[in-house]
Design a protein around this ligand. Structure first.
Ligand code: AMP
Length: 191
């Protein structure tokens, strides 16, 4: 299963991706997690990404694309993967499409987690209390939502046009959302 999980910051992508990846026995590739790890260990990649992340802006496409294609070239991703937080721009989606086409391993599905805006803000505020992420302060949260709307939301059209997009209402408990997502994946046409 090769899956992209799409949704605004706070939609629950990380939580759901982690559960599904464990269930399917495939890697969970989360660009935000990889970036935060690189920031914490002060690698050159981390140092480059940190300023953007702290401002709530997207890291430049070429940096992210290189990092993801390297990760997807590792052996474990040959069985499939769940991408969480990537792609976030149309150029990233195009680069991913070409990378996968060259390997004859196209995406199976793109799952969009849909959450109303006021619920997103409430979740992000709650996460700020819990995780103390430097990019979860109110101004940066606002900026991340703006970035999402302007740069990531166009992926909905990109993937709809390719017949890959499926929506999941991502409200209710974590278990509810997982169950809805699994049902949707079970109903997919065999590929
Ligand atoms: P996340 O944990 O997915 O919300 O990502 C945290 C931050 O990492 C984002 O606000 C961006 O600064 C950066 N980031 C993660 N994934 C990407 C991506 N695909 N493109 C650009 N920046 C990204």
């Amino acid at each position: 299963m090769r899956l992209v999980i799409l949704g605004a910051p706070g939609a629950g992508k990380g939580t759901q991706a982690q559960i599904l990846a464990a269930d399917f026995g495939i890697p969970h590739v989360a660009t935000g997690v990889i970036f935060r790890h690189n920031v914490d260990t002060e690698t050159p990649l981390g140092l480059r990404a940190k300023a953007y992340m702290d401002r709530g802006e997207l890291v430049p496409d070429e940096v992210v694309i290189g990092m993801v294609t390297e990760r997807l070239s590792e052996t474990d991703a040959g069985r499939g993967f769940i991408l969480d937080g990537f792609p976030r721009t149309v150029p990233q989606a195009e680069a991913l499409e070409i990378f996968l086409q060259e390997r004859d391993t196209p995406l199976d599905v793109v799952v969009r987690l849909e959450v109303p805006e006021e619920e997103l803000l409430a979740r992000l505020e709650a996460r700020r209390e819990l995780e103390h992420r430097t990019d979860d302060d109110s101004e940066v949260i606002r900026k991340r939502l703006v970035e999402y709307r302007s740069k990531t939301a166009p992926l909905v059209t990109f993937y709809s046009e390719r017949g890959l997009l499926r929506d999941v209402q991502a409200v209710g408990t974590v278990e509810d959302v997982t169950a809805r997502t699994k049902q949707l994946l079970a109903d997919l046409d065999p590929v």
